[in-house]
Each structure stands twice: as C-alpha cells, then as structure tokens.
Design a protein around this ligand. Structure first.
Ligand code: SF4
Length: 366
C-alpha cells in the first residue's frame, strides 16, 4: 500500500465508530434523530476529522464502543470493551437554535446543523412513497421527525432565508444542503427547491446543494442553477436492480438509465464533480458492484458518495445487520482510486454532502 492510500488512525477509528455505532453514556444534547437519509447520529470530532456517528438507534446498543462525555459536554472519551481508545470533541449547540420566527417556530425545526459547518433542511417533510410498504424506501425515516414534533412539514422560502442568514452570521455555517421528500409532481421537488434556493440566495451568500430525484425535464437543472444552486445530488442509494427492488421498491421504478441520463444533463449544467449521488453500502450490493458503479459514476463526472448504511429505529431495516467495517475499509480505497483517476475531489465540490463528508470515511481515501 502506498502513502496515498494509507488511512490515518483517527479516520480509521471514526470509520469503525460509524459502522458499529457507539453506546452514548450521557444526555442526548445535539443530535440528529429521524429525518431523511442516514440519521440517528451525533457529530464527533477527532483531530481534524468530524464524523456523524450513529448512537441513538437500537443497533448501536450492541456496539463494542461506548462514549462517556465529560461534565462540560464538550468532550467525550471513547472506550472499546472497557479500554480507552480515543477522545473526541462534541460541537456545541449552535447559536441560531435559540431563535424563533415571528409565528413562534424555532429555527431548529426549519434547518439543523450537520457536522460542524453545514446547514441542512428537508424542504418538504413528506414523500409520495413513504406511506406504502410497496413503495417506501425501507431505510428512510423522513416521517419520524415530523411525527415527533422535531420539524415542520413544509419549510417556506422566507423561513429558510431567515434561518440561513442567522446560521451564517451567528455560527459561521459554510454551505447548505436542501433535500426534499418527493412530491406528487413531475418535477420531483425541483420546483420547491428552486423557490427555496432563490430565497436563501437573495438573503445570504451561502453555497447550496439541492437533492432530489431526477425530474421529468432536464431543463430543471438550469432552473436550479439560476436559483442559486451550485451542486446537485441525485441519490441512487443502491446500485443493483435486485437490491433496489427489495430496499426501495418505489424509487426503483425510476430506471438506472434515467439516473444516468439525468447525471449527464446535470454535469453539463453544474460541471464535473458538482453532481453527486449517495450509495448506501451494507444493504446487499457486493463490493464489486459498488466499486464498478462508483467507477462508472466517477467517469461520468459524478461523485459517488459511498456511506455505511445506518439501521434507523422505526424503519423496516431497524434490525438489518450493520455494515462490516472491514467491508467499508476495503471499499474506500478502491473508490478513492476511481476518484483520483477521474480528477474528482470533495474539496472541489461547492456544497453538499460529499463536500461535508461526515457520513462516510471516503474523504480520507481521496
Ligand atoms: S454528509 Fe450530508 S447528511 Fe451527512 S452530515 Fe454531512 S451534510 Fe449531513
């Protein structure tokens, strides 16, 4: 192995924590429970690296790792089977969380801090696929945080602009992720992302990544760009047809080839490396299948953001086995090789999950 591929010990520990989860031995504090995509996390910083680590789900309760916070709540010691293996920093509660809109909605119900400098929101906390077992993505908890009163169903453009401005001014947030549940419209959510991005861009200088399914018409990519979106995520989640059908039967109706035609059109608008896709490893796709798909994506200028799957409480996959950390450690350097070969790097991404990188250890293998 050459030095380019060598993984520093901090990132190895964070990667293991991400796969196994951690038993948290303190008060809840700043967490991400429920919501769209990977969830039930807390942000931990070790050295220069910040990672979102699953802690709030049942699956993490069988982890060999535990975290014991100190009295200040700013640091925690990490133990593996009783032996201390690390010490991590915990981000404080952001200042903008203390604010409310004029109608009394707390800012933290409109957008939340992810990792240490990303503002994230789910513009529409509802999805056409979420209520039917025949269509729902089995890993997703988009309805849970709404049911728990931790968010609001629809974030209005003016609310997003207000919160984004405060998050930049009070907490130094550097970029923003705007995702959405898929509405029953052929644009697949692109229209509400456009109006939301336009409002934020008019209020504050903050690079925005939008995330949606491929819309019916590729003209939406230019509309998103014109609204201030600088990076786009369209998420495959799984890469083989059998796993797509089993894990996300509704979304699997959108053929992989439609994703690739949308990727091509989006790369033409946003540029190589500014389009990305989430791939959840550990749901049944083989190492080879993920590596081959990542190579195909990277060749097309799409950043394959491969993350370990997190079994989220209350979802059909709550008891699905966690990904094996050895599996992830084999995957990361192979995907890193594709990224280098095709000149993609998270530092060059304007905004979004792959730039943040906290849900994966891929960043350390670029
Ligand atoms: S990678 Fe995306 S989902 Fe994960 S913490 Fe960063 S912004 Fe949030």
């Amino acid at each position: 192995m050459n030095n380019l591929n060598a993984s520093p010990p901090d990132s190895q520990l964070l990667s293991a924590l991400q796969c196994h989860g951690v038993r948290w031995q303190g008060a809840d504090g700043l967490t991400r429970k429920g919501g769209a995509g990977p969830s039930d996390h807390k942000a931990l910083t070790l050295g220069e690296h910040t990672a979102m680590v699953p802690m709030l789900n049942q699956a993490s309760q069988s982890s060999p790792y535990s975290a014991v916070p100190d009295a200040s709540g700013a640091q925690a010691l990490i133990f593996r089977e009783g032996l201390q293996v690390g010490q991590v920093q915990l981000p404080g509660i952001p200042n903008f969380y203390a604010l409310n809109t004029e109608d009394g909605t707390p800012y933290w119900k409109i957008a939340t801090l992810h990792s240490k400098d990303v503002l994230a929101t789910t513009v529409l906390q509802h999805c056409i696929r979420m209520n039917e077992a025949a269509t729902a993505c089995q890993f997703c908890a988009i309805g849970h945080s709404l049911a728990a009163g931790k968010t609001i169903a629809r974030k209005r453009p003016a609310q997003l602009a207000q919160v984004a401005k405060a998050a930049v001014e009070l907490d130094g947030v550097k970029h923003m992720v705007m995702t959405t549940g898929t509405p029953l419209t052929s644009d697949r959510g692109a229209a509400i992302l456009c109006e939301s991005a336009a409002a934020v861009t008019a209020a504050v200088d903050l690079p925005i990544q939008a995330q949606c399914e491929p819309p019916d018409d590729d003209a939406w990519f230019m509309r998103l760009k014109d609204s201030g979106v600088v990076s786009l995520g369209m998420h495959l989640e799984s890469v083989t047809d059998a796993v797509r059908q089993r894990i996300m039967p509704g979304k699997a109706q959108v053929p992989l080839e439609r994703y690739f035609s949308a990727f091509e059109a989006a790369v033409n608008v946003f540029g190589r490396g500014q389009v990305s896709t989430y791939i959840l490893a550990g749901l049944g796709d083989s190492e080879e299948a993920i590596v081959q798909m990542s190579e195909r994506l990277a060749r097309a200028g799409v950043y394959p953001f491969v993350v370990p799957f997190v079994p989220i409480d209350g979802t059909p996959l709550a008891h699905h086995p966690k990904p094996d950390s050895a599996f992830m450690q084999r995957l990361y350097p192979r995907i890193g090789a594709s990224l280098r070969k095709h000149g993609l790097h998270s530092d060059n991404i304007n905004a979004g999950c792959a730039k943040c990188g906290a849900c994966s250890a891929l960043k350390h293998h670029e």
